[in-house]
Design a protein around this ligand. Sequence first.
Ligand SMILES: NC(=O)C1=CN([C@@H]2O[C@H](COP(=O)(O)OP(=O)(O)OC[C@H]3O[C@@H](n4cnc5c(N)ncnc54)[C@H](OP(=O)(O)O)[C@@H]3O)[C@@H](O)[C@H]2O)C=CC1
Ligand SMILES: O=C(O)C1=N[C@H](C(=O)O)C[C@H](O)C1
Length: 266
Amino acid sequence: MSKRLRIVVQGASGRMGRAVLELLRDHPQLELAAAMVGEASASLGRPLGADWPSHSFRADWLALEDADLVIDFSGPAGFDTAVSQAERLRAALVTGTTGLDAVAQALLDRAAQTIPVFHAANFSLGVAILGRLLAQAARSLADWDLEIVEAHHRRKEDAPSGTALALGQQAAHARGVKLEEVAVYAREGRCGPRTDGEIGFAVVRGGGIVGEHQAMLIGPAERIELAHRADDRSIFARGAVTAAEWLALQAPGRYGMDELIADRGG
Ligand SMILES: NC(=O)C1=CN([C@@H]2O[C@H](COP(=O)(O)OP(=O)(O)OC[C@H]3O[C@@H](n4cnc5c(N)ncnc54)[C@H](OP(=O)(O)O)[C@@H]3O)[C@@H](O)[C@H]2O)C=CC1
Ligand SMILES: O=C(O)C1=N[C@H](C(=O)O)C[C@H](O)C1
């Protein structure tokens, strides 16, 4: 039997961190190496719970010497540490943190020279397929208006969601344009009529909505709506853990859902 892979979870006390811990609890191939939070976390030093008698939430990365993978869901606050510590440990890095700017993307590119790096704004297989359908529709209906609407829980900090932006990127790429040149993130007051080629974004925040994305392609007298609704964030955790198992077998480089799906014949 092969050795179990040792996983460090960054952002372990958060909604996604806990969902990942839940999957690691009885996992046959993966084991928890450490559950990390920030230095100022209210959870620092607290035990993980009865299922993890030998683990507490910790922030002492330099005490870690042995890990195969880092899974990061800490948001921008813990992202840089996840990247630099994965590099130091020579561990593969899976990150689902969204709201990454160009500097953060450059950090991932740098890390990918020495370790395998997997980033996805959304680890759901359904969303990956939604992106492909949207690209096809946006290409075929290049003169139809495209609007992307997303809805999330009231505690989400970034907007539009990483997924909405990734969908916009896929559609823009399919149309041969740059998203930054066609994206419209706000309409208010006398903002004038819609211009041709715009990709508009709208954001809903409230309650406990797990994650919903809808792309509307609007023609002269008809409309296509492509939508995905996540009912439980365990789907994202499962996707991240699947990505981790796959990534552990890859060479240093940048990977995402497309590479994972392609490698599995999709
Ligand atoms: N790719 C995907 O499929 C998905 C991506 N996400 C993304 O994942 C990220 C996290 O989301 P979510 O779990 O809802 O957020 P939470 O706010 O629930 O969790 C964030 C976690 O990060 C911890 N944290 C904060 N600062 C640091 C730090 N400096 N070092 C280490 N840990 C830190 C927090 O600890 P504490 O609060 O204890 O200080 C908390 O445990 C977001 O960017 C979100 O958009 C979310 C869902 C799916
Ligand atoms: O913060 C969340 O919750 C989610 N974030 C991701 C995003 O920004 O796209 C993925 C998912 O929709 C849930």
